[in-house]
Design a protein around this ligand. Structure first.
Ligand SMILES: N[C@@H](CCC(=O)N[C@@H](CS)C(=O)NCC(=O)O)C(=O)O
Length: 212
C-alpha cells in the first residue's frame, strides 16, 4: 500500500495521475501547503525539503520525496509507463526536461505573473518568455507524435504524466493553446483519459480540468 502525501497542485497531480493509471491501491493524505502543513515534523520525516508530493510504500519500506523520483520508482516497480515501447531513455529525458524546466520556470510565471502581476516587470517578462519558449519546444517535439517519447498510443509514459498537469495551468501562464496545435491535441488526448480525470481530483475535487 502506498501512502501518498499531496495537494491540489501540478507536482502532486503528476503522481496521483500515475497512481490512477497504474490502478494500484493508495491512500491520499492532503497536506495543505496554504496552511504550512508541509512543515509538520511527521511530514518532514519523509519529505525533508518540505514539499509535496511524497510517498511511503509500506510493502518495501521505501519513502521518497521529489515527484520525478517517485514516478521513476513506481513505474519501475510496476513495469509500466517507462520501458514500454523501448524508449526508456527518451522517457527519462523528457521527464528531466519537465523537472528542470517546464515545472520550475512555469512555477515562476505563476508566482510573478499570475499571483503578483505588476510587482516585478523584469521577472514577469523573463518567465513569460521562457514559458512561451518551452511551449514551442514541446510543440516541436509533439510534431508527428502522439506522446513525448514516441509516435503511438503505446508510448504514453510518465513523461507525459509529468508535463500535462503543468500545461493544465495554461490560463495562469497566459498561454493560448491555439498557438501550439500539437500541444493542444496532446493535452486534449490526455485529458480524455479516465485515470487522468480521477487523478486530477486528488486529494480533493477543485473543479473540472481546464479546457482550451
Ligand atoms: N521538485 C519538487 C517540487 C515540489 C514542489 O514545488 N511542491 C510545492 C507544491 S507544487 C510545495 O510543496 N510547496 C510548498 C512550499 O514550498 O513550502 C518535485 O517535483 O516534487
Amino acid at each position: 500500500m502506498i501512502d501518498f502525501y499531496t495537494w491540489t497542485t501540478p507536482n502532486g497531480r503528476k503522481v496521483s495521475i500515475l497512481l490512477e493509471e497504474l490502478g494500484i491501491p493508495y491512500t491520499a493524505h492532503a497536506v495543505n501547503i496554504g496552511k504550512d502543513e508541509q512543515f509538520a515534523p511527521e511530514f518532514l520525516a519523509i519529505s525533508p525539503n518540505n514539499k509535496i508530493p511524497a510517498i511511503h510504500d509500506s510493502e518495501t519500506g521505501q519513502s521518497l520525496m521529489e515527484s520525478g523520483a517517485i514516478m521513476l520508482y513506481l513505474a519501475r516497480k510496476h513495469g509500466r509507463f517507462l520501458e514500454e515501447g523501448g524508449e526508456e531513455w527518451r522517457v527519462v529525458e523528457w521527464l528531466m526536461w519537465q523537472m528542470g524546466g517546464f515545472g520550475p520556470m512555469l512555477g515562476q510565471t505563476h508566482h510573478f505573473h499570475h499571483f503578483n502581476p505588476g510587482k516585478a516587470d523584469y521577472a514577469e517578462d523573463r518567465f513569460l518568455k521562457e514559458t512561451a519558449r518551452l511551449y514551442r519546444v514541446l510543440n516541436d517535439r509533439l510534431e508527428g507524435r502522439e506522446y513525448l517519447a514516441g509516435t503511438g498510443a503505446g508510448n504514453y509514459s510518465i513523461a507525459d504524466m509529468a508535463i500535462w498537469p503543468w500545461a493544465s495551468r495554461f490560463e495562469w501562464q497566459s498561454i493560448n493553446l491555439d498557438e501550439y496545435p500539437n500541444v493542444k491535441a496532446w493535452y486534449l488526448r490526455i485529458a480524455e483519459r479516465p485515470a487522468v480525470q480521477r487523478g486530477y481530483a486528488v486529494p480533493k475535487d477543485v473543479g473540472p480540468i481546464p479546457m482550451p
